[in-house]
Design a protein around this ligand. Structure first.
Ligand code: UT7
Length: 329
């Protein structure tokens, strides 16, 4: 019997309606539309508004859209993995909440916390369940309500992030399509440059932590930028080399959308022209776990069966990685 690979057979996505433009941010902090566009490539981002709404309210519609496209009932989902840095609750897992909201009553689920690399970590994990032969329908959703942990008086972070979710369905394939290879890495010493100071077991929430604004994203941008440029490009070049591929073999680079300058550096290193780079940072900003599946969602109609896709990410942790995928439809 031929080897079982995990193929993406449907993509879903969801971004909230509310648009926060650079012009609007100019009224909130000391920044300019020109600075944001030239330093990051972002023009606007989406924000989830509404009392009592969380990350699961972004993930659930993305998964429902995927089910509709593929013509499956949520009851057919066996496993749902949610990549998120902004879970609905400390516990239970947001994956469980999404399953409840969409009626996936036969699925088990868990969250993966790997910041901006969360979707890649989850995609690789989900693909192993498929490759085992035991699971036939695995959903991987990357969802983040970043606005819930952003300080809108901190210009260093509030211009970057946005809310959104994307989801993919993984099914077994024996014709050589799907996840072909992956490299995942992490280095916990990078945590000092990008983290949330309080709200975990080291520093539980208290009046003092709230007063000190320690429940927001802290980022020392420049070192993160340097690590991101080097590591995302290195790992993307490595996956090409070890599979004897060059930039010419790549149909699409699907990079995490943190900063257009990091994306350009990765594409240059791989010898991939700008026409083959998926880009939607200008309209969604950095949606953390949502960026890569939202790119697939936006570009789905331009993809062809057999296309070689290189997915690449870098994020807090530090975490990073790349995945080689052969598009299946
Ligand atoms: O997705 C997870 C991983 N995260 C990343 O990959 C993010 C990596 N880092 C970055 O993308 C960039 O470092 C940022 C976009 C966050 C910042 O860009 P930068 O070119 O590294 O700027 P900087 O932090 O070196 O700051 C340059 C200047 C500073 O002013 P001075 O000291 O030169 O007077 C900042 O205070 O720009 C200032 N600045 C701003 N000015 C206007 C910082 N933020 C802003 C702002 N508007 N929003």
């Amino acid at each position: 019997m031929s080897k079982i690979t995990a193929a993406i057979t449907a993509v879903g996505g969801y971004v909230p309606d509310f648009v926060l433009s650079n012009k609007e941010l100019e009224k909130m902090v000391d920044t300019t539309d020109e600075w944001i566009i030239s330093r990051t490539g972002i023009k606007e981002r989406r924000i989830l508004k509404g009392e009592g709404l969380g990350t699961s309210d972004l993930g659930a519609p993305a998964v429902l859209e995927l089910c509709k496209k593929r013509g499956i009932d949520p009851m057919e989902i066996e496993l749902l993995i949610c990549a998120t840095t902004t879970p609905d609750f400390v516990f239970p897992a947001t994956a469980n909440v999404i399953c409840d909201k969409i009626g996936a009553k036969k699925a088990f689920g868990f969250d993966i916390s790997a910041a901006c690399s969360g979707f890649l970590y989850s995609l690789v994990t989900g693909s192993k369940y498929i490759e085992s032969g035991q699971y036939k329908k695995v959903v991987v959703v990357g969802a983040d309500k970043m606005s819930s942990i952003i300080d809108y008086s901190d210009r260093a972070t509030c211009v970057i992030f946005g809310d959104g979710a994307g989801a993919v369905l993984l099914e077994p394939n024996t014709d050589g399509f799907g996840v072909m290879d992956s490299i995942l890495r992490s280095d916990g010493s990078g945590r000092v440059y990008l983290h949330q100071k309080a709200g975990g077991s080291v520093k539980p929430a208290s009046h003092a932590t709230v007063d000190a604004k320690e429940h927001y994203v802290f980022q020392d941008g420049q070192p993160v930028f340097k690590f991101a440029v080097t590591n995302m490009a290195d790992v993307s070049a490595e996956i090409l080399e070890r599979n004897r591929m060059t930039g010419d073999d790549v149909a699409w680079l699907v990079p995490h959308q943190a900063n257009k300058r990091i994306i350009d550096a990765t594409a240059n290193r791989m010898n991939v022209g700008p026409e083959k780079v998926m880009l939607n940072i200008q309209k969604y900003g950095n949606t953390t776990s949502g960026t890569i599946p939202l790119c697939l969602w936006d570009y789905e109609k331009q993809l062809n069966k057999g296309d070689n896709l290189i997915l690449a990410a870098f994020g807090g942790g530090f975490t990073w990685g790349s995945v080689w995928l052969k598009w299946a439809y």
